[in-house]
Design a protein around this ligand. Sequence first.
Ligand code: SF4
Length: 234
Amino acid sequence: MADDLLDKGAIVQRDKETYAIAPHIPGGIITDFNLLRRLADVAEKFGVKAVKLTSAERFALVGLKPGDLDQAWQELGLIPGAAIGLCVRSIKICPGTTFCRLGLQDAVGVGLKLDEKYHGMPLPYKFKIGVSGCANNCSETSIKDLGLMGMNKGWRVLAGGYASGLHPRLADVIATGLSDAEALDHRPYPGLVQTDRKKEAPGQNHRRNRPGPIPDGTGPACGVSERSAVSSEQ
Ligand code: SF4
């Protein structure tokens, strides 16, 4: 039976014959508008069934034939193998002070740096990060595995939301009043591991085991397969 092709960033679809690819677009922000043209050209040329906008702010080209995957990536001008499977996924970023009149903190600047640092880092589980420029929480910071929320006096950091698991919960606040530099520093984040275990509700059987703090630095693209359809690539 066909399976995901991690080295090509390709996710097998429900028909078990075709694949979806979802190029990594940090923050879902496009300033090179030719990329949009290339996405449309590739979709048309290779006869995809649909272009799906995912909640992780990516364009998924759905329904590619396996023999077209390499050429599709080449014509997009992007590196194949955007992070899929068990790893730090796309980091959801709201417009923050860059574009939004309500923004209190620089969600785009901080979020893109987090993306650069952590996107694709292999982990034993999916790990989702959200960055919201204010308490309106448009990146669902409060239910992410790790979330930053912009407040008047700096960043509030939340951890342990498990948004993609069977037992989602409101994340715990692990730090407040952080500057951009402090929010980007990985040191507060190991705290989420202890938070996870202490706060787990009695009787809950979390499928996740958090073995330790998030390691520093970026890692290679995910190397552990987890079967997933585009619809779960959120
Ligand atoms: S979270 Fe706040 S800053 Fe971000 S898009 Fe929503 S309203 Fe704007």
